[in-house]
Ligand binder design. Structure first.
Ligand code: NAP
Length: 308
């Protein structure tokens, strides 16, 4: 296995980018997916393109039909028993349904079955799931769109996107290897992190932006002068589209980010509040030179977060 999970001086795991392992034959693999929405459906489409057999479970028969039509699954059904033949099962439900889904799946698993999820938060999920199923590898694809459901599923959603696997000391190496090989085949940039590191990092670059962007929309929508509000709505263009995108997405996802990553999100918001207060003070005190320096520093820092 070419995986490398390194410890830093403090003994914490550090994220490590992995090279692709092209030796594994995926055409012999059978994968299960629970939750045939945007992420589950898109995973199914791409895994099938790589020759993997995909079995999908949804709570509704119409979603099963749509998933079959879209080519996201080889077989679909409403009963978890369909997944008895799967070696690996991706749980692609909303975060709150992940642990209940693991509990409901247990009667249908063999001792070797590997479970993985795609939830945007990791520490609490691992705490809940590991006592139920030790062959669980936490995962999080850093890809999405503003749409939800099977009809939003698309090919190539994960190509070149980061995909994080969160492993802990007890995670079986062969389970990590199996999930890593499957997701690598999608053309992702694979990283490893501890659940805690993952949750702090995504709080900064994913969960904090949702809260800031939602607050921006709220500020604009609360404009009390109707003529100004109407003009602002007419003038809003690409800048507003960019900055409001994540705040105008799936409310359920934003709520779960805050609920399941509460401590890290509050830490990030406190740091953001400090930054905002600094900007307010600079503007209040006509400190244009310091404001220019601040904006030059942020301009220089941005590319560090947008590594191609
Ligand atoms: P989605 O499009 O709404 O799909 C979720 C699917 O889960 C639905 O199709 C639904 O299928 C099923 N589901 C809903 N509630 C359920 C419940 N209580 N029990 C069992 N199944 C249930 O959402 P998504 O965007 O794919 O998100 C799914 C997961 O991906 C979440 O955990 C999220 O944190 C993670 N994620 C999302 C993004 C993103 O940008 N969207 C990015 C990375 C990770 P049926 O109604 O057909 O059963």
């Amino acid at each position: 296995m070419d995986t490398k999970i390194e410890a830093n001086m403090e003994g914490e795991m550090v994220t490590t980018k992995l090279a692709a392992d092209l030796t594994t034959d995926l055409t012999t693999k059978t994968v299960g997916i629970v939750g045939l929405g945007l992420i589950g459906g898109s995973l199914g489409i791409d895994l099938r393109h790589r020759g993997v057999k995909v079995l999908g479970v949804s709570r509704s028969s119409s979603t099963c039909d749509q998933a079959l039509k879209k080519g996201a699954v080889d077989q679909a059904g409403e009963n978890l028993s369909l997944l008895q033949a799967a070696e690996v099962i991706f749980i692609c439900t909303p975060i709150a349904a992940i642990t209940p889904t693991v509990r409901a799946l247990i009667p249908y698993l063999t001792p070797e079955t590997v479970l993985t999820d795609v939830g945007s938060v990791k520490e609490q999920i691992l705490q809940e799931v590991l006592p139920l199923w030790s062959r669980f590898v936490g995962g999080h694809p850093m890809a999405g769109t503003a749409s939800q459901g099977i009809l939003a599923a698309q090919a190539g959603l994960f190509t070149k996107a980061p995909y994080v696997l969160t492993v802990v000391d007890s995670t079986p190496v062969d389970a990590v290897e199996l999930v890593a090989n499957l997701v690598r085949s999608l053309g992702v940039n694979l990283y490893f992190a501890s659940p805690q590191e993952h949750d702090r990092a995504v709080s900064l670059i994913s969960h904090l932006p949702v809260m800031i962007s939602a607050s921006l929309i709220d500020t604009c929508a609360r404009e009390s002068h109707s003529s100004i509000l109407s003009l602002a709505q007419n003038l809003a263009s690409s800048g507003f589209r960019d900055t409001s995108r994540v705040g105008g997405g799936n409310p359920e996802l934003g709520l779960m980010m805050a609920q399941y990553n509460q401590e890290a999100v509050l830490d990030s918001l406190a740091q953001y509040q400090q930054s905002l207060e600094k900007v307010i003070n600079l503007i209040k005190t006509d400190n244009w030179q310091a404001l220019q320096q601040f904006l030059e520093t942020t301009q220089a820092s941005r590319p560090n977060f947008l590594i191609p």
